[in-house]
Every structure is written in structure tokens, then in C-alpha cells.
Design a protein around this ligand. Structure first.
Ligand code: ADP
Ligand code: ZN
Length: 517
């Protein structure tokens, strides 16, 4: 049996589970029935696909719609999983061919509509072959309470007696209390686990600040937090060590933690953090797995995390006791550049690379969110919520300013220089400060040259950053931080739409705070 983490990483390419996922996976691996209620987009499919692949043998997934089955099968095949569906849209011959492969033990995950599964012939055949796991998608269809009751789901009640000892995982995005009871009664005779997702951690305040000087920003953040336990996440081993030393030099109890330390050093750091009050661990992502300290009061991201999934996991280590805790992040354009480069280096598969870039876009959008950050975070997980009142955007709503004119200057500068240059070069040109290379390329002859002298460099850089965040410019497709114009930016050049920016982001990036880091 492969381990769940290995399957998650090697087949699906994810570093960690989302919170509910692991509990559901564990239930099914332990052989227990479970009903999972999680919003759309939360990642329900993985909760049965991972155990299916860990267990080996055949898993049967019941799904109500042919289109849904086809999507899932296609996605699984892309990931290299032997998945198939037998359905009414396929030809009889195709279905027979697939069935032969199932019977020969060549298929890991088989998708079926309930009416096709619940025939005597199919049940009998599957009993002979033997199955490891059953998953029921859109499980609310079994409940007469719901608006989407499907008579063919009713027959699924017989599954548990037809396949004794085979765990059944039922998932749905919509089930109120009555519907849940109904589902669990019918499918499991009332004997099952229940997991209802809620991604919100309302006691964790969410704040994000443009990076000016990481060190100064960290000290300012810590100012009103004497003796609090916390985690500072940094991208590299080196910076986690430097930050720990810097904090120690400034009178805090701080230790580094990363995978380059010896097991003894790591155990010591972890032990100190767990047992002593007021310890700050400056860590890479190596720190956190299995750390269950209830009173971690803050998580400070000195660098941007890898994705919103990673971010959510990392900040989730704060405030487990339910008392107020803070998640603060500082981030800058260089973080985005770095992350893009990582993605391009790490993934050779185009599809996966594209997906990773999109995940990063979601993270950047979160960082630049002009409105409630929690809404932005939860909506990524498919959950809707009201403005939270516990994030910087809610507490001090940020006025946005019309920057369409400046945005157009930036876009034109990018366009006229072939969409190959980064933020620094574009700002140079707008300021009329072309370097030798720019001059040799004739960039100092462009009509946009020196048209931006009315405002300082940091303003232009911040505008560019916000344009990247807002999807007007795309950063670094080739991996060198070059900016190209996104469709939204093209529209702006044509005179369609407006660009509004957060003035506070610009103020926060003032060069007076810009040193060290
Ligand atoms: P649901 O069925 O709950 O609507 P899906 O199973 O379709 O959700 O998953 C939604 C998205 O979340 C997919 O793009 C999936 O790849 C992604 N996802 C699922 N689990 C994880 C995870 N552990 N880490 C990162 N992304 C995940
Ligand atoms: Zn909010």
C-alpha cells in the first residue's frame, strides 16, 4: 500500500492535504464509512481518489452525470491513473472493452452511474472481482429532502450489504442537517463518520503588506507582541537563519528551523518552541507538519508562500486554541518573480506548469485584494462568506485611485520594448534614466521616454506590481522577470476599462523604509 502523502505528491502533485481531506482519507483507509460535506472547489474528489490508489484493487465511483464522469476520468488519465467509466454515452463495444479490462484487474478507478451499478448482473460481477472502495459523488441525490432527489440513487442503499467490509465514502457540497441524517441513515445504517468542512478560521486576522524592508517590518509587527509564540516563514534556509539571528540580536528568543539542520538541531528547536513561551521559529516550509501547539499567536510570512493552499496550511498553525491570532505577510514583486521561476524549473509538464502559474495568480490576487481578504481566501476554496471584519481590508478599507493614465504609459512602454523587460527597466525609461543597454537599444528615443518624471520610482514600481496583481501585465513567462501585456492590459491600451490601484500599497513601499531586507 502506497502512503497517502506519496500518492498526493506523485500522482496529483500536491504538497499537502487541505484540512478536511486528510480526515476523510484516513477514515476510508481505516475501513470506515464517511460522509463529507464540503463546498464545491474544496477538493472532494481527492478524498476518495487518494485512498483508492493507496489501497490498490478496484474502486467504484458512483456519479450521476456522464459529463462529470468524463471530466474526472480524463483528469485522472492525465495524471497517469488507470481510470475508466462505463456509461450510456459510450458505444456498446467500448463499454465491453472497458469491462474486460476491469475484469482483468487493469483498472483502478471505475466510474458508473447508479442505475448501471445497481443491476444484479453488475453487482454480482463486481462481487466476484472484489472491490476495495466505493465512492458516491453528489450523495445528496439520495435524499428525498433535497431538491435534487434521484430515484436511481435510492437503490444505493443496498450497497453496504452487497459489499460488506468495503468502506463507502459519500461526498456532497450541499446537505443541511436533515439531509445529512438521511444520507447517513440510508447509505450506512447510521454507522459512519461525518465531516463537514468549514475553511474559515475567524480568529486569525489576515493582513498583507507590500515588502519594503522585511526586517523593519518584522520588528514593527512584533512590537506589540511581547512573549508571544510565533512562526516566521521564509523562502530559503539562509534567510531563515538570518532572520533568527536578527531577532535574537534584537532581544527576541528565536531559533531557525529548516531541512539543512541536523535532526538533533531540529528536534531541539521544535522542543524549545513547544515547551517554552515566547519562542519565535524562523523557518522554511520544512517546519509545521505535525506541530500541534495550541497557542501559536502569529504566523509572519517574510516571503510569499507557494500557493494559497500552502498559505492556508501555514497560517492554520496559529490560533488553534481559538483565541485571537495574526497572520501577516509581506510580499513584493521579487517574490512573484522567484515563484514563477521555481514553477518553470520544477515542472516539465506543460499542463502542470500552466496550472501552477494559475494557482500563483490566485495567491497574488489575494495579496492585492482591495476587498475582504477572507472572502478572497475562502472563495478560493469554494466557500462564500460575508466581509469578515478581521482583515486589513475590512478594518481599514482601502480607497482605490484611478490610475488608468499611468497604467497606459506602463503598458505602452512594455509594448514598445517588445514585452521582454522587467519592472526596473520600464520604470527607468519612464523616469528618463535608460541604462547603457537601454540606450544601445534606442529605448531613450521612444515617445514614452521620460514621460513619467512627475512621480518617483517606487510609485511606478508599485503600479506595475498592482497591474501584475490585477492581471493587466503578466510577469516572467520566460523566467527572467519580463513583463508582457495580458488581455486586460490590451483592452486598457485600446481605451477599454479603467485601472484602479491601492494608494496605500504605494505609501507602504516608500523608499525611506527600503533598505536591509
Ligand atoms: P470539488 O469536487 O470539491 O468541487 P475538486 O475535487 O474538483 O473539488 O477540486 C477542486 C480543485 O482543488 C481542483 O483543481 C484540485 O486539483 C484542487 N485541489 C484539491 N485538493 C488539493 C490539495 N490538497 N492541494 C491543492 N489543490 C487541491
Ligand atoms: Zn475581511
Amino acid at each position: 500500500m502506497s502512503s497517502k502523502h506519496a500518492v498526493l505528491k506523485e500522482v496529483f502533485g500536491f504538497d499537502g492535504f487541505r484540512p478536511g481531506q486528510e480526515r476523510i482519507v484516513d477514515c476510508l483507509l481505516d475501513g470506515r464509512h464517511v460522509l463529507a460535506v464540503m463546498p464545491t472547489g474544496a477538493g472532494k474528489s481527492l478524498t476518495y481518489q487518494v485512498p483508492a490508489l493507496c489501497k490498490g484493487g478496484l474502486t467504484v465511483v458512483v456519479s450521476p452525470l456522464v459529463a462529470l464522469m468524463q471530466d474526472q476520468v480524463a483528469a485522472l488519465k492525465l495524471a497517469g491513473v488507470a481510470a475508466e467509466s462505463i456509461n450510456s454515452a459510450a458505444s456498446r463495444d467500448d463499454n465491453i472493452a472497458i469491462w474486460k479490462r476491469v475484469a482483468a484487474g487493469e483498472v483502478r478507478i471505475l466510474y458508473l452511474a447508479p442505475e448501471r451499478l445497481m443491476t444484479e448482473r453488475m453487482i454480482g460481477a463486481l462481487q466476484r472481482i472484489g472491490i476495495s472502495l466505493i465512492a458516491i459523488d453528489e450523495a445528496h441525490c439520495i435524499s428525498q429532502w433535497g431538491a435534487s432527489f434521484r430515484p436511481e440513487y435510492d437503490m444505493l442503499q443496498n450497497l453496504r450489504s452487497a459489499f460488506p467490509g468495503v468502506p463507502i465514502g459519500a461526498v456532497t457540497a450541499t446537505a443541511d442537517e436533515a439531509t445529512r441524517q438521511d444520507i447517513m441513515g440510508k447509505l450506512f445504517g447510521g454507522d459512519s463518520d461525518l465531516y463537514v468542512a468549514g475553511f474559515d478560521r475567524p480568529n486569525i486576522s489576515l493582513t498583507v503588506q507590500p515588502k519594503s524592508s522585511t526586517r523593519k517590518q518584522l520588528l514593527a509587527f512584533l512590537q506589540n507582541r511581547p512573549e508571544e509564540s510565533g512562526i516566521v516563514y521564509a523562502l530559503s534556509r539562509k534567510s531563515s537563519e538570518e532572520l533568527a539571528k536578527f531577532l535574537s540580536d534584537n532581544g527576541y528568543r528565536s531559533v531557525p528551523y529548516h531541512a539543512g539542520l541536523s535532526p538533533e538541531q531540529r528536534a531541539e528547536a521544535q522542543n524549545l518552541f513547544m515547551t517554552e513561551p515566547g519562542v519565535i521559529v524562523c523557518a522554511t516550509i520544512a517546519f509545521g507538519m505535525g506541530i500541534d501547539k495550541p497557542d501559536v499567536r502569529f504566523v509572519f510570512h517574510a516571503d510569499m508562500p507557494g500557493s494559497l493552499d500552502a498559505y492556508y496550511q501555514e497560517i492554520g498553525r496559529a490560533g488553534r486554541d481559538g483565541a485571537p491570532a495574526d497572520a501577516h505577510m509581506v510580499f513584493g514583486l521579487q517574490d512573484i518573480t522567484m515563484r514563477r521561476r521555481f514553477i518553470d524549473q520544477e515542472h516539465t509538464d506543460d499542463e502542470r506548469r500552466r496550472r501552477e502559474h494559475k494557482r500563483l495568480d490566485s495567491l497574488v490576487a489575494y495579496c492585492e485584494a482591495p476587498e475582504c481578504r477572507r472572502q478572497a481566501l475562502l472563495s478560493y476554496f469554494g466557500e462564500t462568506s460575508k466581509p469578515c471584519g478581521n482583515c486589513d481590508a475590512c478594518l481599514s478599507p482601502v480607497p482605490t485611485v484611478d490610475g488608468t493614465e499611468d497604467a497606459r504609459k506602463i503598458l505602452l512602454t512594455a509594448e514598445m520594448t517588445g514585452e521582454r523587460f522587467g519592472a526596473t527597466h520600464l520604470a527607468d525609461l519612464l523616469l528618463g534614466k535608460a541604462n547603457a543597454k537601454g540606450q544601445s537599444l534606442g529605448h531613450n528615443q521612444l515617445p514614452v521616454y521620460a514621460t513619467g518624471r512627475n512621480q518617483p520610482r517606487h510609485v511606478w514600481q508599485s503600479l506595475i506590481r498592482q497591474m501584475v496583481g490585477g492581471g493587466y501585465l503578466t510577469l516572467d513567462v520566460a523566467g527572467y522577470g519580463g513583463l508582457s501585456i495580458a488581455p486586460k492590459g490590451r483592452a486598457l491600451i485600446r481605451g477599454d476599462g479603467t485601472f484602479r490601484y491601492r494608494a496605500d500599497m504605494i505609501r507602504a513601499a516608500r523608499p525611506s523604509e527600503k533598505k536591509a531586507a
